[in-house]
Design a protein around this ligand. Structure first.
Ligand code: DQA
Length: 141
């Protein structure tokens, strides 16, 4: 199994960015633990602060990866282009959020991506990514 984890804007600052919401751990640190937990699964990783780069990456890996775990950050709430990119590719995409966006500001309650995704996991901290790997494995993808 080869899954791609794709993180969007500001998620490169995990560990220092609003630790009360997103925790104090860097994503690199978490990813090393996640990879160790799933030695038979290849977990590739990409992060960008640029909407177009995220779309290019979805196009690039979206026909060969077995699944994509996407935290599009704030683009979740704004990007029709990402919605279209998810619909345009073959790989199933699970939308992930570290925080429970529904407990936060109203502008975070709406996702433009969810309807194009296989499912959504949010609110479990960094463990949301592991739960997405589990969901991907359980769906046989
Ligand atoms: C986030 C939630 C988004 O609303 C926010 O813009 C992010 C992170 C999360 O993982 O909780 O950048 O996607």
């Amino acid at each position: 199994m080869k899954y791609f984890i794709i993180n969007g804007p500001n998620l490169n600052l995990l560990g220092t960015r609003e630790p009360g919401i997103y925790g104090a751990r860097s994503f690199d640190d978490y990813l090393a633990e996640l990879r160790a937990q799933y030695p038979t699964v290849e977990l590739a990783y990409f992060q960008s602060n640029h909407e177009g780069a995220l779309i290019d990456k979805l196009h690039e890996v979206g026909f060969t990866a077995d699944g994509i775990i996407l935290n599009a950050g704030a683009y979740t709430h704004t990007s029709v282009a990402l919605h279209d990119a998810i619909r345009a590719i073959a790989a199933p995409v699970i939308e992930v959020h570290i925080s429970n966006v529904h407990q936060r500001e109203e502008f975070r309650h709406r996702s433009l991506l969810s309807a194009a995704c296989r499912g959504v996991i949010c609110g479990f901290g960094l463990d949301s990514y592991r739960l997405a790997v589990e969901a991907m494995l359980a769906s046989g993808k």
